[in-house]
Ligand binder design. Sequence first.
Ligand SMILES: Cc1cc2nc3c(=O)[nH]c(=O)nc-3n(C[C@H](O)[C@H](O)[C@H](O)COP(=O)(O)O)c2cc1C
Ligand code: SF4
Ligand code: SF4
Length: 445
Amino acid sequence: MADLSVEFCGVPFKNPVVIASLETTNSPDLMMQAFDYGASGAIIKTLTDIDDMAVLTMNSKYAIMNDRGDIIKGKVPRDFKFYSRSGYSSTYYKEWIPYLKELGEYARERDAHLIGSAGAKDIEGWKDICRTIEDCGLPMVELNFGCPHPALMPGVHGGSMIGQDPEVAFNVTQAVCEAVDIPVIIKLTPDQSKPVEIARAAQEAGAAAVTATNRYTGFAVDIDTAQPRLGGTAGIGGTWTKPLSLRYVHNIYKQVGIPIAGSNGVFDHRDIVEFIMTGADVVEVGSVLMIKGMKWLPNIIRGLDRFMDEHGYDDIKSMYGIASDAAATDYSDQFAKDRIHANVNAETCQNPTCNVCIQMCFYEALSQDPAGKINVHTDKCIGCELCLDVCPFDSISMAPTSDGQYEEGYFKIQHEIYEPAEVKFATNRNNNDTIEANSPKMAAE
Ligand SMILES: Cc1cc2nc3c(=O)[nH]c(=O)nc-3n(C[C@H](O)[C@H](O)[C@H](O)COP(=O)(O)O)c2cc1C
Ligand code: SF4
Ligand code: SF4
């Protein structure tokens, strides 16, 4: 059994799985369930002094959509889109005080942590909510600079509006860091172009970590009624956002070096692994638990443990940041790589039943000969590896292009832009005329 423990902001966590701040943490009962099911931490739904943000939560609306944008009826698959509008905690922050103390104790008894979250009206409000969280004995607080909804709430300045402005983000972070002794985490918005700058501003202002990220703002249309879903813009997330969240984690990990809580795009343990390999210290799990219930949580934790055993990772540290560390820092490394070309294994290739690679090759480097065998036109194959990926029968491999082959006329990168570029880069993907002309047997079928 692998060691799942991690340290985040100087605090030990028994595993990296933390429940994100959302509807499941707007209720003491559900948070107790999260701790019972093995969460190492749960972040309370953002505590606030903004009445409208609390009332908005009592008017929450949700739509769960499939890859076509239709509402999912029944079991929710991995590629769901969660479109929703809600606000901050529906209960005024001072009313939470006795529950925060009790829940904090409940978490500690289970070797877990209740974590605070704040979203306030003004600097004094930010400080007061965070002091309240600290006074209740919570070990850290997340400042919600990522919520997409305040931007659409008249008279409210908060959430992503702060997270999009390095100066305001710095000022609020600094004021809170001066007001409390517990570690402060800044939850970033993905609705911006400068996450690294905001993360750096947060770090300079005294933040101990950042969360990358909250959700995007989206717009979805029901084409049958020609109406916007949920009446207009709303927050949007789901596993499809994961590569975008990971890009932020990667950039912050490499360029800022501040501890990171990964968020936005988790369905199961595989996503947790991806976040950790990209450089997240802990990973927040949010909407999937609203959809599947808290009972989904042990699957995630068990899955992580199993994955680590199967892949020989003894502890989380051995996975931490390894993919980010292996990533190229710029694209010029591509030029230093040896050239390769596609090889087709005629024994296992299923052509003519299958012709996926021919249809797919953007460079017309594959065709079918009259006997129904795949030809690789090595002068056109640029070694892009797309056919390797798509072949359902693993019948394609990539071979190094030797100097001799290169001289023979295997694909050469031209050095002059006007050299026979029209030949080299004539891409006719899905041009049926050419495919059929090159592959007569296919045309006949
Ligand atoms: C319905 C809903 C309500 C949310 N409320 C909050 C909130 O009050 N505070 C906060 O910091 N994030 C809030 N979030 C964002 C989540 O904490 C989380 O960052 C986001 O959903 C991405 O993670 P996921 O892909 O695991 O859902 C909310 C998300 C959803 C779907
Ligand atoms: S995709 Fe694979 S099996 Fe299908 S034609 Fe190409 S090489 Fe053959
Ligand atoms: S490697 Fe790329 S260019 Fe070469 S045959 Fe495969 S898909 Fe075509």
